[in-house]
Design a protein around this ligand. Structure first.
Ligand SMILES: [Fe+2]
Length: 203
């Protein structure tokens, strides 16, 4: 058994024009795949060859920086694909109530996500997370992840340049606006909040 490249939950052109099919093809087919391949190369024949991705991330966090980077990036990208959806939706129910308690409104939350994403220095990830019943925006640098932390990730936006450079050149705020206005899978965030435990990478 090895870690698999999580299939996209939608067609490669389904997120256009917010994110083009070309960007998705490279991001999923090259970048995500490379993280998967490097993770598998590192665990092949070793004690973690059959381990779940979350266990590999947890183990490598304190013992193997290169494996941690590739395993965490594998997980982060799977979570990112699941955080996006072709059809716009809106938070409802318990998720909406939690957003209103923490941020006042969904509009304020998305404005803060856009600002944090635009302001994040260099490569990383901007997350909506739940901790002790309260929502917060978290940032992680490079491959760092919320897997195995006290914060339960609800959704994530990739702010590495490879997520937007083909479409937006260096204008990260335009990418963030397009994603936040059109592609957030609020149903996925609601499911993560309701479950109360961290999403599991499928394979
Ligand atoms: Fe990425």
């Amino acid at each position: 058994m090895s870690i698999s490249l999580m299939p996209l939950p939608y067609a490669a052109d389904a997120l256009a024009p917010a994110i083009s099919a070309d960007t998705i093809a490279v991001h999923h087919g090259k970048h995500h795949k490379a993280y998967v391949d490097k993770t598998n190369a590192a665990i092949d024949g070793g004690p973690q060859a059959d381990a779940a991705l979350e266990a590999i991330v947890a183990s490598a966090r304190t013992s193997d920086q290169a494996l941690f980077n590739n395993a965490a990036q594998t997980w982060n990208h799977g979570f990112y694909w699941a955080s996006l959806a072709p059809k716009p939706s809106a938070p409802a129910g318990e998720l909406l109530a939690a957003i209103e308690r923490a941020f006042g409104s969904t509009a304020e939350l998305t404005e803060q996500l856009a600002a944090r994403g635009a302001g994040h220095f260099a490569s990383g990830w901007v997350w909506l997370a739940a901790k002790d019943g309260t929502l917060s925006i978290e940032e992680t640098h490079d491959a760092e992840t919320l897997v195995g932390t006290a914060a339960n990730p609800l959704l994530v936006i990739d702010v590495w340049e490879h997520a937007y450079y083909l479409d937006r050149k260096n204008v990260r705020p335009d990418y963030l606006k397009a994603v936040l206005d059109n592609l957030i899978n609020w149903q996925f965030a609601a499911e993560n909040l309701a479950r109360g435990t961290c999403w599991t990478y499928p394979g």
